[in-house]
Design a protein around this ligand. Structure first.
Ligand SMILES: [Cu+2]
Length: 216
């Protein structure tokens, strides 16, 4: 299952779209977001049906992935594993420039949205387009509600760069964990997260050093 993040400038519907925007995916399957719209600077950010262009608390967020024009291979990808297929997953692009992709162009998507009824994808996209104000900005998160990633988008090579992308590695999901202790409660989950702070801090230091080299 693959969703393209961003269309080409000549694509029907323009650059600010997910292709296809609405898919179905069963629990345990992987939805691959492929940042192949060039040039592009988009995000995959979880929202809620009632607030299409605002980050969902506890939702996943890829951060911004910039893909330069001319890139034709090695597009960055982000893999989200579906952990709950019993309820719809809604997402949007938080890009503000040159015009909001969500509230203006309706750059939103859904996984396992109902095919009919009031809360279908078309209604969600209509609400996004007519929403006022600027799309809300997430902070980058691997874990979401109903779907989570185990790694940030990548590769960030060949002129591709990321901003506010999630770092580190998510704790094992209940689907893949062999032990029950790590997934039995939120308090245990917090402990699991703490053990990952060492590598995260190291990564931050490495990134900081890299930026210093770049700007210095
Ligand atoms: Cu976008």
């Amino acid at each position: 299952m693959e969703i393209q993040v961003g269309g080409s400038t000549t694509a029907t519907g323009g650059p600010a779209q997910f292709i296809p925007p609405s898919v179905n995916a069963s629990k345990g399957s992987v939805v691959t977001f492929r940042f192949s719209g060039v040039p592009g600077n988009h995000s995959v950010s979880q929202s809620a049906f009632d607030s299409p262009c605002q980050p969902l608390s506890g939702g996943f967020d890829s951060g911004f992935i910039y893909v330069p024009s001319g890139l034709s291979s090695d597009f960055p990808e982000w893999n989200l594993t579906i952990t709950d297929d019993s309820t719809p997953i809604w997402f949007y692009c938080q890009q503000l420039s040159p015009a909001p992709h969500c509230s203006g162009a309706g750059m939103v998507g859904s996984i396992n949205a109902p095919g009919s009824g009031e809360n279908n994808f078309t209604a969600f996209q209509s609400a996004a387009r007519s929403s006022s104000g600027a799309p809300g900005q997430g902070e980058g998160a691997l874990a979401g509600q109903g779907a989570s990633a185990s790694a940030p988008p990548g590769p960030l090579t060949s002129g591709v760069s990321g901003y506010s992308v999630p770092t580190g590695t998510a704790p094992p999901s209940s689907a893949s964990s062999s032990g029950s202790a790590a997934t039995s409660s939120s308090s245990t989950g917090a402990g699991t997260s703490l053990t990952a702070n060492g590598p995260l801090v190291l990564l931050a230091v490495v990134l900081g050093a890299g930026l210093a080299d770049f700007t210095g």
